[in-house]
Design a protein around this ligand. Structure first.
Ligand SMILES: [Zn+2]
Length: 339
């Protein structure tokens, strides 16, 4: 008797699109990533229809039948526990308090569904693409905010007792603005890492720097909206502009401060830096700024072994999973659970 091959799908629900992949029982990607609109603001039913469309495209183009899918991984841009979302962030209000994991599983004929948040999913994805890495892995991903995740040896994300672990963007950073103030974070608290390392932070920092008399003649002081200025800061840094370099140097240093604390807690061995910075022309320098901050705050033992000094105790790498990382991550998590 021959057994029919099984497959696992990963569906990464973002604020605007759903990125989706299919893997086989061996963990190999099948076909291409499929991307559809997420419609998350229109309520979860609207998104479910999009997820089904993505599943149909994935299976249709690969000649796989729906009943060959043995598990689905799902990730959402919000904190959740056991399939229930706790806070809405960018989602429509009906997502909160609903067991979207179980409802979606029912909708697709009872295929088991694993669900987590986007930071954990991206960390799982970086773990999955490093086929020769078997230890743990800590991911931090600066974007609009600052997400992250921690994967245990063997490939399970540490999600905490309530699914609330690894809110890496909201650890406290011992640094103040020049006027002595602590920056306001998007979470409502003061002095969080995310208030220094995110696109939101860049907007505040660039406004502060451009208001200084010595920067009055800077080309960004031209009436460009502040959102646009923050975006353009990267190209200025690539051109070695002093103001842009200063802002990113501070950001990298303070990310190093945060990582020093996280590494002291988790001792991950491998730290992966995700987010858009991985694609910038000054990323080598940015990594050096992270090291600077890390060396300032972490004990030497977290850099090199005191017994074998050639042994590096914390390796830093850029993310390599690309756009599909989170979808791949939850597909692998589904395979790990439902094989
Ligand atoms: Zn915060």
């Amino acid at each position: 008797m021959s057994t029919s091959p099984v497959f696992f799908a990963g569906l990464d629900i973002g604020g605007t699109t759903v990125k989706s992949v299919l893997i086989d029982g061996e963990g190999e990607l099948v076909g291409e990533m499929v991307e559809v609109r997420s419609h998350v603001k229109n309520g979860y039913e609207a998104t479910f229809a999009q997820l089904e469309s993505a599943l149909d495209q994935l299976t249709g183009s690969s000649g796989v039948r729906r009943d060959q899918i043995a598990g689905v991984g799902l990730d959402v841009p919000a904190p959740s526990s056991e399939g229930v979302i706790w806070a809405q962030a960018n989602l429509g209000s009906d997502w909160v308090g609903t067991n979207v994991r179980d409802l979606f599983s029912e909708r697709i004929g009872g295929i088991p569904v694993y669900m987590t948040n986007d930071g954990n999913a991206a960390a799982l994805g970086e773990y999955a693409v490093r086929k020769k890495h078997f230890g743990s892995l800590l991911l931090v991903a600066p974007g609009t905010g600052l997400g992250g995740g921690f994967v245990l040896p063997g490939g399970r994300a540490w999600e905490g007792a309530n699914g609330l672990a690894l809110e890496v963007g909201h650890i406290s950073i011992p640094h103040r603005e020049e006027d002595g103030s602590l920056p306001q974070c998007s979470c409502g608290k003061l002095g969080c890492l995310e208030a220094w390392v995110s696109l939101v932070a860049l907007r505040r920092r660039v406004a502060i720097e451009l208001a200084k008399p010595e920067n009055a003649a800077h080309p960004l002081n031209d009436g460009t909206p502040v959102e646009e200025k923050a975006f353009r800061l990267r190209e200025f840094a690539e051109r070695r502009d002093d103001l842009a370099i200063g802002i990113f140097r501070q950001q990298g240093n303070l990310l190093g401060y945060g990582l020093a604390d996280l590494v002291r807690v988790f001792d991950p061995g491998l730290v992966v830096i995700g987010g858009g910075l991985a694609e910038t022309g000054f990323r080598d320098q940015y990594l050096e700024w992270i090291y600077q901050g890390f060396r300032e705050r972490a004990w030497p033992v977290y850099l090199n072994s005191p017994i074998h000094p050639e042994q590096i105790t914390t390796v830093f790498e850029w993310a390599t999973g690309g756009d599909a990382a989170a979808a791949v991550g939850v597909a692998f998590a589904a395979r790990e659970r439902f094989s």
